[in-house]
Design a protein around this ligand. Sequence first.
Ligand code: CXF
Ligand code: ZN
Length: 381
Amino acid sequence: MKTRAAILWGQGQDWSVEEIELDPPKTGEVLIKLVGSGLCHSDEHLRTGDLTVPADVAQALSIHQYPVIGGHEGAGEVVEVGPGVTSVKPGDHVALSFMPACGKCPSCNSGRTNLCDVGAFLGLGMQPTDFTARHHSGAGQDLQISCFLGTFGEYTVASEMSVIKIDDDIPLEKAAVVGCGVTTGWGSAVYAAGVKAGDTAVIVGTGGIGMNAVQGAAMMGAENVIAVETVDWKREKAREFGATHTAASIEEAVQLVGEITRGRLADKVVISVGVADADLIAPAMSMTAKGGRVVHTAVAPLAQTEVKLDLTELTFWQRELVGTVFGSANPRYDIPRLLALYKAGKLKLDELVTNEYKLDDINRGYDDMYNGTNIRGFLRY
Ligand code: CXF
Ligand code: ZN
Protein backbone atom coordinates (compact mmCIF):
# COMPACT_ATOMS: atom_id res chain seq x y z
CA MET A 1 0.00 0.00 0.00
CA LYS A 2 0.98 3.62 -0.38
CA THR A 3 1.31 5.79 2.72
CA ARG A 4 3.31 8.77 3.97
CA ALA A 5 6.26 8.85 6.34
CA ALA A 6 9.06 11.12 7.57
CA ILE A 7 12.39 9.90 6.22
CA LEU A 8 15.91 10.87 7.12
CA TRP A 9 18.09 10.52 4.03
CA GLY A 10 21.38 11.41 5.68
CA GLN A 11 23.07 12.83 8.74
CA GLY A 12 22.21 16.44 9.39
CA GLN A 13 19.43 16.61 6.80
CA ASP A 14 15.85 17.62 7.64
CA TRP A 15 13.11 15.04 8.03
CA SER A 16 11.52 14.60 4.60
CA VAL A 17 7.82 13.67 4.45
CA GLU A 18 7.20 11.51 1.40
CA GLU A 19 4.94 8.91 -0.06
CA ILE A 20 6.30 5.42 0.61
CA GLU A 21 5.38 1.87 -0.30
CA LEU A 22 4.51 -0.42 2.63
CA ASP A 23 4.41 -4.21 2.17
CA PRO A 24 1.77 -6.37 3.84
CA PRO A 25 2.76 -8.00 7.15
CA LYS A 26 4.71 -11.23 6.91
CA THR A 27 4.79 -14.04 9.47
CA GLY A 28 4.73 -12.64 13.01
CA GLU A 29 4.02 -9.09 11.84
CA VAL A 30 1.17 -6.62 12.23
CA LEU A 31 -0.06 -3.77 10.02
CA ILE A 32 -1.17 -0.83 12.18
CA LYS A 33 -2.96 2.42 11.39
CA LEU A 34 -1.26 4.86 13.73
CA VAL A 35 -3.00 7.72 15.49
CA GLY A 36 0.28 9.59 15.79
CA SER A 37 3.73 9.52 17.33
CA GLY A 38 5.61 11.16 20.14
CA LEU A 39 8.71 13.15 19.19
CA CYS A 40 11.45 11.54 21.28
CA HIS A 41 14.94 13.02 21.35
CA SER A 42 16.41 9.63 20.36
CA ASP A 43 15.16 10.02 16.77
CA GLU A 44 16.87 13.39 16.62
CA HIS A 45 20.04 11.62 17.72
CA LEU A 46 19.67 9.60 14.51
CA ARG A 47 19.55 12.85 12.58
CA THR A 48 22.57 14.39 14.32
CA GLY A 49 24.52 11.15 14.00
CA ASP A 50 24.94 10.81 17.77
CA LEU A 51 23.10 7.51 17.74
CA THR A 52 24.41 5.48 14.87
CA VAL A 53 25.27 1.88 14.20
CA PRO A 54 29.08 1.69 14.27
CA ALA A 55 30.47 1.60 10.72
CA ASP A 56 32.09 -1.83 11.18
CA VAL A 57 28.81 -3.35 12.40
CA ALA A 58 26.90 -1.72 9.54
CA GLN A 59 29.37 -3.10 7.03
CA ALA A 60 29.47 -6.60 8.55
CA LEU A 61 25.69 -6.86 8.39
CA SER A 62 25.33 -5.13 5.02
CA ILE A 63 23.07 -2.46 6.44
CA HIS A 64 23.06 1.26 5.83
CA GLN A 65 22.53 3.91 8.44
CA TYR A 66 20.18 5.90 6.22
CA PRO A 67 17.58 6.25 4.81
CA VAL A 68 15.50 5.64 7.91
CA ILE A 69 11.92 6.33 8.92
CA GLY A 70 12.01 7.73 12.46
CA GLY A 71 9.61 7.34 15.33
CA HIS A 72 9.21 4.81 18.10
CA GLU A 73 6.37 6.17 20.28
CA GLY A 74 3.22 5.09 18.52
CA ALA A 75 -0.21 3.59 19.03
CA GLY A 76 -3.10 2.77 16.77
CA GLU A 77 -5.49 0.17 15.45
CA VAL A 78 -4.57 -3.20 13.99
CA VAL A 79 -5.56 -3.41 10.30
CA GLU A 80 -4.15 -6.80 9.34
CA VAL A 81 -2.03 -9.53 10.90
CA GLY A 82 0.44 -11.85 9.26
CA PRO A 83 0.51 -15.65 9.71
CA GLY A 84 1.21 -16.87 13.22
CA VAL A 85 0.15 -13.71 15.05
CA THR A 86 -1.92 -14.70 18.07
CA SER A 87 -1.94 -11.83 20.57
CA VAL A 88 -3.82 -9.25 18.45
CA LYS A 89 -6.42 -9.22 15.66
CA PRO A 90 -7.77 -6.59 13.25
CA GLY A 91 -9.64 -3.85 15.11
CA ASP A 92 -7.62 -4.20 18.33
CA HIS A 93 -6.11 -1.09 19.85
CA VAL A 94 -2.39 -1.40 20.44
CA ALA A 95 0.54 0.51 21.88
CA LEU A 96 3.96 -0.01 20.36
CA SER A 97 6.93 -0.56 22.61
CA PHE A 98 10.33 0.66 21.44
CA MET A 99 11.75 -2.35 23.25
CA PRO A 100 10.49 -5.65 21.82
CA ALA A 101 9.81 -8.61 24.08
CA CYS A 102 10.48 -11.88 22.27
CA GLY A 103 9.50 -13.91 25.33
CA LYS A 104 12.00 -16.60 24.36
CA CYS A 105 15.45 -15.33 25.26
CA PRO A 106 17.18 -15.71 28.63
CA SER A 107 16.67 -12.00 29.41
CA CYS A 108 12.91 -12.14 28.82
CA ASN A 109 12.69 -15.31 30.87
CA SER A 110 14.72 -14.04 33.79
CA GLY A 111 12.51 -11.03 34.40
CA ARG A 112 14.76 -8.62 32.51
CA THR A 113 12.56 -8.12 29.47
CA ASN A 114 14.00 -4.66 28.90
CA LEU A 115 17.21 -6.43 27.92
CA CYS A 116 15.48 -8.72 25.38
CA ASP A 117 18.07 -10.26 23.06
CA VAL A 118 16.05 -9.16 20.02
CA GLY A 119 16.10 -5.61 21.38
CA ALA A 120 19.88 -5.66 21.13
CA PHE A 121 19.39 -5.35 17.37
CA LEU A 122 16.90 -2.50 17.33
CA GLY A 123 19.47 -0.16 15.86
CA LEU A 124 19.68 -2.26 12.71
CA GLY A 125 16.51 -0.78 11.31
CA MET A 126 14.89 -3.79 9.67
CA GLN A 127 12.04 -6.08 10.75
CA PRO A 128 13.28 -8.28 13.62
CA THR A 129 11.37 -11.24 12.16
CA ASP A 130 13.72 -11.75 9.21
CA PHE A 131 15.86 -8.59 9.00
CA THR A 132 14.37 -7.45 5.73
CA ALA A 133 12.44 -4.23 5.02
CA ARG A 134 8.67 -3.75 4.61
CA HIS A 135 9.09 -0.01 4.04
CA HIS A 136 10.36 1.28 0.68
CA SER A 137 10.80 4.73 -0.80
CA GLY A 138 8.75 5.89 -3.79
CA ALA A 139 11.70 4.85 -5.97
CA GLY A 140 11.74 1.36 -4.45
CA GLN A 141 14.71 1.69 -2.09
CA ASP A 142 14.53 -0.20 1.22
CA LEU A 143 13.96 2.08 4.20
CA GLN A 144 15.12 1.32 7.71
CA ILE A 145 12.79 2.01 10.63
CA SER A 146 13.58 3.37 14.07
CA CYS A 147 13.47 0.75 16.85
CA PHE A 148 11.71 -1.83 14.62
CA LEU A 149 8.75 0.60 14.46
CA GLY A 150 9.05 3.69 12.24
CA THR A 151 6.07 5.50 13.79
CA PHE A 152 6.67 8.73 11.84
CA GLY A 153 4.13 7.56 9.28
CA GLU A 154 0.41 7.00 9.01
CA TYR A 155 0.74 3.22 8.80
CA THR A 156 3.49 0.84 9.79
CA VAL A 157 4.28 -2.84 9.91
CA ALA A 158 5.79 -4.02 13.18
CA SER A 159 6.66 -7.34 14.71
CA GLU A 160 4.20 -8.80 17.23
CA MET A 161 7.14 -8.65 19.66
CA SER A 162 6.71 -4.86 19.83
CA VAL A 163 2.89 -4.74 19.81
CA ILE A 164 0.93 -4.56 23.07
CA LYS A 165 -2.85 -4.88 23.12
CA ILE A 166 -4.52 -2.20 25.23
CA ASP A 167 -8.08 -1.46 26.37
CA ASP A 168 -10.33 0.20 23.78
CA ASP A 169 -11.24 3.07 26.11
CA ILE A 170 -7.66 4.35 26.44
CA PRO A 171 -7.11 7.38 24.19
CA LEU A 172 -4.57 6.19 21.63
CA GLU A 173 -2.51 9.39 21.78
CA LYS A 174 -1.91 8.70 25.49
CA ALA A 175 -0.94 5.11 24.78
CA ALA A 176 1.59 6.29 22.20
CA VAL A 177 3.83 8.18 24.62
CA VAL A 178 3.90 5.23 27.01
CA GLY A 179 5.85 3.27 24.38
CA CYS A 180 9.07 5.10 25.26
CA GLY A 181 9.20 8.28 27.35
CA VAL A 182 6.66 7.54 30.05
CA THR A 183 7.77 4.00 30.79
CA THR A 184 11.47 4.85 30.53
CA GLY A 185 11.18 7.79 32.92
CA TRP A 186 8.75 6.23 35.39
CA GLY A 187 10.70 2.97 35.41
CA SER A 188 14.01 4.79 35.90
CA ALA A 189 12.72 6.08 39.22
CA VAL A 190 10.58 3.12 40.26
CA TYR A 191 12.64 0.15 39.07
CA ALA A 192 16.16 1.28 38.20
CA ALA A 193 16.57 3.72 41.10
CA GLY A 194 14.17 1.84 43.37
CA VAL A 195 12.79 5.00 44.98
CA LYS A 196 11.12 4.18 48.29
CA ALA A 197 8.72 5.98 50.63
CA GLY A 198 10.57 8.70 52.52
CA ASP A 199 13.47 8.91 50.04
CA THR A 200 15.05 12.06 48.78
CA ALA A 201 15.17 11.73 44.98
CA VAL A 202 16.81 14.09 42.51
CA ILE A 203 15.79 14.08 38.85
CA VAL A 204 18.22 15.87 36.53
CA GLY A 205 16.42 17.01 33.35
CA THR A 206 12.63 17.20 33.14
CA GLY A 207 11.81 16.52 29.49
CA GLY A 208 9.73 13.62 28.22
CA ILE A 209 11.75 11.12 30.28
CA GLY A 210 12.61 13.12 33.40
CA MET A 211 9.09 14.42 33.98
CA ASN A 212 7.96 10.82 34.27
CA ALA A 213 10.82 10.03 36.62
CA VAL A 214 9.52 12.90 38.76
CA GLN A 215 6.02 11.43 38.82
CA GLY A 216 7.39 7.93 39.41
CA ALA A 217 9.41 9.12 42.41
CA ALA A 218 6.42 11.02 43.80
CA MET A 219 4.16 8.00 43.27
CA MET A 220 6.54 5.82 45.30
CA GLY A 221 6.21 8.22 48.23
CA ALA A 222 9.55 10.04 48.11
CA GLU A 223 9.60 12.75 50.77
CA ASN A 224 11.65 15.13 48.64
CA VAL A 225 11.63 15.15 44.85
CA ILE A 226 14.09 17.70 43.52
CA ALA A 227 13.72 18.56 39.82
CA VAL A 228 16.84 20.01 38.20
CA GLU A 229 16.06 21.83 34.97
CA THR A 230 17.58 24.83 33.20
CA VAL A 231 14.35 25.87 31.40
CA ASP A 232 12.24 27.97 33.78
CA TRP A 233 8.74 26.85 32.78
CA LYS A 234 9.70 23.16 32.70
CA ARG A 235 11.18 23.51 36.16
CA GLU A 236 7.90 24.96 37.43
CA LYS A 237 5.88 22.38 35.49
CA ALA A 238 7.76 19.65 37.36
CA ARG A 239 5.91 20.72 40.52
CA GLU A 240 2.62 19.67 38.84
CA PHE A 241 4.16 16.21 38.39
CA GLY A 242 5.17 15.94 42.05
CA ALA A 243 8.44 17.83 42.50
CA THR A 244 8.72 19.30 45.98
CA HIS A 245 11.79 21.42 45.20
CA THR A 246 13.50 22.70 42.05
CA ALA A 247 17.01 23.78 41.07
CA ALA A 248 18.17 25.55 37.91
CA SER A 249 21.58 23.85 37.74
CA ILE A 250 23.36 20.78 39.05
CA GLU A 251 25.50 23.00 41.29
CA GLU A 252 22.39 24.55 42.82
CA ALA A 253 20.96 21.06 43.32
CA VAL A 254 24.08 19.88 45.18
CA GLN A 255 23.71 22.82 47.56
CA LEU A 256 19.95 22.38 47.98
CA VAL A 257 20.14 18.63 48.63
CA GLY A 258 22.75 19.26 51.34
CA GLU A 259 20.47 21.80 52.99
CA ILE A 260 17.17 19.94 52.91
CA THR A 261 18.65 16.63 54.05
CA ARG A 262 20.88 18.32 56.64
CA GLY A 263 23.90 16.75 55.03
CA ARG A 264 22.59 13.18 54.67
CA LEU A 265 22.25 13.72 50.90
CA ALA A 266 19.99 12.10 48.29
CA ASP A 267 19.01 8.43 48.30
CA LYS A 268 18.52 8.32 44.52
CA VAL A 269 19.58 10.53 41.61
CA VAL A 270 18.23 9.98 38.09
CA ILE A 271 20.09 11.66 35.23
CA SER A 272 17.51 11.99 32.45
CA VAL A 273 18.89 14.72 30.22
CA GLY A 274 18.30 14.65 26.45
CA VAL A 275 21.99 14.82 25.55
CA ALA A 276 24.39 12.73 27.64
CA ASP A 277 26.84 14.86 29.61
CA ALA A 278 29.73 13.17 31.39
CA ASP A 279 30.23 16.27 33.54
CA LEU A 280 27.00 15.53 35.38
CA ILE A 281 28.28 12.28 36.89
CA ALA A 282 30.69 13.69 39.49
CA PRO A 283 28.24 16.19 41.01
CA ALA A 284 25.47 13.57 40.90
CA MET A 285 27.67 11.15 42.85
CA SER A 286 28.66 13.88 45.28
CA MET A 287 25.04 14.63 46.20
CA THR A 288 24.22 10.95 46.74
CA ALA A 289 24.09 9.53 50.26
CA LYS A 290 26.14 6.60 51.52
CA GLY A 291 24.63 3.49 49.94
CA GLY A 292 22.67 5.61 47.45
CA ARG A 293 22.29 5.19 43.72
CA VAL A 294 22.79 7.27 40.59
CA VAL A 295 20.85 6.10 37.51
CA HIS A 296 21.81 7.18 34.00
CA THR A 297 19.17 7.12 31.22
CA ALA A 298 20.51 9.39 28.44
CA VAL A 299 21.08 7.40 25.22
CA ALA A 300 23.47 9.56 23.19
CA PRO A 301 26.17 10.45 22.56
CA LEU A 302 27.64 7.62 24.61
CA ALA A 303 30.56 6.10 22.72
CA GLN A 304 33.92 7.49 23.78
CA THR A 305 32.26 9.39 26.61
CA GLU A 306 34.77 9.01 29.41
CA VAL A 307 33.75 9.51 32.97
CA LYS A 308 36.23 10.19 35.76
CA LEU A 309 35.23 8.54 39.00
CA ASP A 310 36.80 8.81 42.39
CA LEU A 311 36.54 5.16 43.42
CA THR A 312 36.20 6.18 47.07
CA GLU A 313 32.65 7.08 46.04
CA LEU A 314 31.91 3.49 45.08
CA THR A 315 33.83 1.68 47.77
CA PHE A 316 33.88 3.57 51.06
CA TRP A 317 30.59 5.32 50.46
CA GLN A 318 29.03 2.37 48.68
CA ARG A 319 27.39 4.58 46.10
CA GLU A 320 26.12 2.86 42.97
CA LEU A 321 26.28 4.21 39.42
CA VAL A 322 24.00 2.26 37.06
CA GLY A 323 22.56 2.66 33.59
CA THR A 324 19.09 1.66 32.50
CA VAL A 325 17.31 1.06 29.22
CA PHE A 326 13.50 1.29 28.96
CA GLY A 327 13.50 2.16 32.67
CA SER A 328 14.23 -1.50 33.45
CA ALA A 329 10.53 -2.08 32.76
CA ASN A 330 8.67 -4.94 31.07
CA PRO A 331 6.61 -3.70 28.09
CA ARG A 332 3.87 -6.32 28.33
CA TYR A 333 3.46 -5.84 32.04
CA ASP A 334 4.14 -2.15 32.55
CA ILE A 335 2.51 -0.50 29.50
CA PRO A 336 -1.01 -1.76 30.35
CA ARG A 337 -0.35 -1.09 34.06
CA LEU A 338 0.71 2.52 33.44
CA LEU A 339 -2.34 3.08 31.23
CA ALA A 340 -4.53 1.69 34.03
CA LEU A 341 -2.91 4.18 36.42
CA TYR A 342 -3.72 6.95 33.91
CA LYS A 343 -7.34 5.79 33.74
CA ALA A 344 -7.50 5.82 37.53
CA GLY A 345 -6.25 9.43 37.55
CA LYS A 346 -2.96 8.47 39.20
CA LEU A 347 -0.57 9.02 36.29
CA LYS A 348 -0.42 12.33 34.44
CA LEU A 349 -0.34 11.93 30.67
CA ASP A 350 -2.61 14.78 29.52
CA GLU A 351 -0.16 17.35 30.88
CA LEU A 352 2.83 15.71 29.17
CA VAL A 353 2.05 16.45 25.52
CA THR A 354 2.54 20.19 25.23
CA ASN A 355 2.17 20.68 21.46
CA GLU A 356 0.71 18.73 18.55
CA TYR A 357 1.90 18.91 14.94
CA LYS A 358 0.93 17.53 11.56
CA LEU A 359 3.35 15.01 10.03
CA ASP A 360 4.42 17.70 7.54
CA ASP A 361 5.48 19.93 10.43
CA ILE A 362 7.83 17.40 12.05
CA ASN A 363 10.91 19.62 11.66
CA ARG A 364 9.11 22.46 13.49
CA GLY A 365 8.18 19.98 16.23
CA TYR A 366 11.83 19.14 16.79
CA ASP A 367 12.82 22.81 16.60
CA ASP A 368 10.41 23.37 19.49
CA MET A 369 12.09 20.57 21.43
CA TYR A 370 15.45 22.29 21.02
CA ASN A 371 13.94 25.65 21.96
CA GLY A 372 12.67 24.16 25.22
CA THR A 373 9.01 24.68 24.24
CA ASN A 374 7.97 21.06 24.70
CA ILE A 375 7.86 18.40 27.35
CA ARG A 376 6.66 16.01 24.63
CA GLY A 377 5.68 17.09 21.12
CA PHE A 378 3.21 14.84 19.34
CA LEU A 379 2.55 14.23 15.63
CA ARG A 380 -1.15 13.61 15.05
CA TYR A 381 -2.08 11.88 11.77
C1 CXF B 1 16.44 4.59 22.55
C2 CXF B 1 17.43 3.67 23.17
C3 CXF B 1 18.60 3.50 22.29
C4 CXF B 1 18.23 3.11 20.91
C5 CXF B 1 17.20 3.99 20.32
C6 CXF B 1 16.03 4.20 21.19
N1 CXF B 1 15.33 4.59 23.37
C7 CXF B 1 14.43 5.51 23.45
O1 CXF B 1 14.44 6.63 23.17
ZN1 ZN C 1 12.48 7.37 22.87
